[in-house]
Design a protein around this ligand. Structure first.
Ligand SMILES: NC(=O)c1ccc[n+]([C@@H]2O[C@H](COP(=O)([O-])OP(=O)(O)OC[C@H]3O[C@@H](n4cnc5c(N)ncnc54)[C@H](OP(=O)(O)O)[C@@H]3O)[C@@H](O)[C@H]2O)c1
Length: 234
């Protein structure tokens, strides 16, 4: 069975992608951090598809290279990597604390960088998908460190697509208004949808369709697929 590595896989978008891949027959290396109860439920749900799943509880901000190597030792047929784990901290540039800046760049950019590098060294085939954000095409300073990290991750996606294109395809999915931020008000999606050109919000199924497309189309490399109802253009 092929294996997919999914970061941020215990909850929400990462969980949905991991379960979707399990349904297609992938064994799953599931990375999570604080969602230990949710991870147990997710791992059981993944295994109920008849595939193997191993959970790794790790603070990815630590950039532990030995941890990264271990994942590739545990699974010998990795064919897909999804970098979904990220933080989302509301501080503009002036407000940004050093901890926010370091944590955000470590988690959202540097860990995916190191994991992709190891994927190239150990796997050298298949597909890498980085989960970006519609904000990569916008200039909204409210989540400054987050936006910088996602723009840089998009550029890394493109660099890797060029450097590795002969053996690995590297693409991005840039979600727009899909889920409320954790702890957001109940009417968050409906209110925010008024600013989306499509005048509606998306859902996780829209992201899974993007994932399927990128998995199936073997000639798409270095692409960022915006799943945002056209918001990135505004
Ligand atoms: N939700 C949206 O509508 C939306 C829109 C645009 C872009 N995105 C992007 O889509 C991706 C998933 O979004 P989401 O809303 O599902 O994310 P989320 O609910 O905010 O979850 C964040 C994920 O990152 C993991 N994480 C956070 N800090 C970590 C750390 N220090 N070490 C390891 N893992 C850590 C969390 O793991 P634990 O829970 O185990 O701690 C969790 O799985 C993100 O890259 C996000 O930027 C989402």
């Amino acid at each position: 069975m092929p294996t997919a590595i999914v970061t941020g896989g215990a909850i929400r978008i990462g969980r949905a992608m991991a379960l979707h891949l399990a349904g297609k027959g992938f064994d799953i290396a599931l990375l999570y951090h604080s969602s230990s109860t949710a991870s147990e439920e997710t791992i059981q749900s993944i295994r109920s598809n008849g595939v193997q799943c191993r959970g790794y509880s790790e603070d990815l901000r630590k950039l532990d290279e030995a941890f990264i190597e271990k994942i590739f030792q545990d699974f010998d047929n990795v064919e897909l990597l999804i970098n979904s784990a990220a933080n989302f901290i509301q501080e503009n540039i002036e407000q940004t604390q050093l901890k926010t800046l370091v944590d955000t760049l470590n988690l959202n950019l540097m860990f995916p960088y190191l994991l992709m590098r190891e994927y190239k060294r150990k796997v050298n085939k298949g597909l890498i998908i980085n989960i970006l954000d519609e904000r990569v095409e916008k200039t909204i300073p409210t989540f400054a460190a987050y936006s910088v990290s996602k723009v840089a991750l998009k550029h890394l996606t493109e660099l890797a697509a060029v450097e590795w294109g002969q053996t690995i395809r590297v693409n991005g999915i840039a979600p727009g208004l899909i889920l409320s931020p954790q702890g957001g008000p109940p009417d968050y999606l409906e209110r925010a949808a008024k600013k989306v050109p499509a005048r509606t919000h998306g859902n996780i199924e829209n992201l899974l369709q993007a994932l399927d497309y990128l998995m199936e189309n073997q000639f798409v490399n270095g692409e960022t697929l915006f799943v945002d109802g056209g918001s990135f253009l505004r």
